[in-house]
Design a protein. Structure first.
Ligand SMILES: [Zn+2]
Length: 414
């Protein structure tokens, strides 16, 4: 039964074959190591300050206290020879304030033969000097980022010019408040009981922290007995939503923060019991009492996902509805196009101009590595397309809605 706004989740297709990623960085061989004097002046092409999604001009809002990376792009053709370059940033909250010095995460294997264009370098994390900003400098307010030093491994400081500094603004963003409820059910066909594994909660929590426009996720989780059993039908997800809406109502009455969003996870029993996800609605204004339910399981290629859980992007999609996000309408014919303002072709993170690149800053605890997600190769998490991440449109809209929800319960917040 579809309401005015289609808000059902993605159906599980046939398992896809492994797709090749054309954006995997080729390993470059550095042919010689030169010390300082052999370096001519190094030209810095750009400095990009990135969180989940960014343009090279750093035009996407930067959330205070959210994990942040700085990328410094060097014109390698300005070098005299192949070299391992190191770098150091100097960052300050004000022009006259105390400075913090930040070393690059890794050396840049620089090669003067490498004429990769800036637009393509952005899709390769190994093609820039990267710096992880300490949380002490990402508080709300301005941040002045300067390249302080660049030098070849074992050599003296190099001279450098070009884009040597950037000033950006970090803005306050509320945390994401989530209560995740695993619904344990019995499959009457097999007699087996199915409970979401811990990995699904962990992947969802981590994904929300990495992709959503929030400094942090205030998270809690429980598992309760579902008031339904398998086999499932079209009503199952409605019952799941009704059950957690009742739990939410009771818990909020007993002191739970009323800004908390509730999401149910229902295990797919290795594909045997796939409950298509659904939000209870798509509110036009702040309504954190809108609940949603999502399936969870091992993806095996579902939507281009080959890791341990699809609960991450699937749950982020259903939660996106509870923050008022509609479907962009991609792939065409598989979902409604109820978001008329969605700006990017094919539901991608970027148009063909590659203005936007997604950044997954990773999660060491889950073995998820730092990745640049090419904007034309990845798709917004409100689509049904493959390789999902968050686009700038969704990032800014959820940020705005989170602030509206905060204001609803605390008008003092501006
Ligand atoms: Zn949806």
């Amino acid at each position: 039964m579809m309401g005015k706004h289609e808000n059902k989740g993605m159906a599980r297709p046939q398992i896809q074959s492994l797709d090749s990623n054309p954006y995997v960085a080729p390993r470059r061989r550095v042919t010689s190591k030169l010390s300082g004097p052999a370096l001519s002046q190094i030209t810095i092409q750009a400095i990009e300050i990135c969180q989940a999604i960014q343009s090279v001009e750093s035009s996407v809002t930067l959330i205070a206290d959210k994990a942040t990376m700085v990328r410094v792009y060097i014109d390698q053709t300005s070098l005299a020879g192949g070299v391992q370059l190191r770098g150091e940033l100097k960052v300050r909250k004000t022009a006259t304030g105390p400075a913090t010095y930040v070393p690059a995460l890794e050396d840049l294997a620089a090669d003067p033969q490498d004429a990769t264009k800036l637009i393509d370098k952005r899709n390769l994390t190994g093609a820039s000097l990267n710096f992880r900003l300490p949380t002490t400098v990402t508080a709300a307010g301005a941040l002045l980022v300067e390249v302080n030093r660049i030098w070849p491994a074992g050599g003296d400081d190099a001279m450098f010019g070009g884009v040597t500094s950037s000033t950006v603004e970090f803005v306050y963003g509320p945390p994401l408040r989530i209560r995740c409820i695993g619904l344990r059910y019995v499959d009457t066909g097999t007699g087996q009981t199915h409970t979401p594994d811990a990995v699904h909660f962990a992947y969802l929590r981590s994904f929300l922290e990495r992709a959503y426009p929030v400094p942090s996720v205030d998270w809690s989780q429980i598992v309760v007995e579902a008031n339904f059993a398998a086999p499932f039908n079209d009503q199952t997800v409605l019952r799941a939503n009704a059950q957690i809406a009742a739990i939410r109502s009771s818990e909020v009455d007993n002191g739970m923060d009323p800004r908390t969003h509730y999401l149910a996870l229902v295990d797919d029993a290795r594909g045997r019991n796939f409950m298509r996800g659904r939000a209870m609605g798509i509110p036009d204004a702040a309504a954190p009492d809108t609940v949603a339910s999502a399936p969870c399981g091992v993806p095996n290629g579902f939507a281009g996902d080959h890791d341990l859980s699809y609960a991450d992007w699937y749950g982020a999609h259903e939660l996106g509805h509870t923050f008022g996000r509609f479907h962009p309408g991609f792939p065409a014919g598989t979902q409604d196009a109820s978001d008329p303002d969605f700006p990017f072709e094919e539901g991608q993170l970027s148009d063909a101009d590659q203005k936007f690149v997604g950044y997954d800053l990773g999660d060491a605890g889950l073995g998820i590595r730092l990745q640049a997600l090419a904007g034309t190769h990845h798709h917004d998490l409100m689509t049904y397309a493959e390789r999902q991440w968050i686009c700038a449109h969704t990032f800014e809209a959820i940020r705005t809605r989170l602030i509206e929800e905060d204001r609803q319960f605390d008008p003092a917040i501006v």
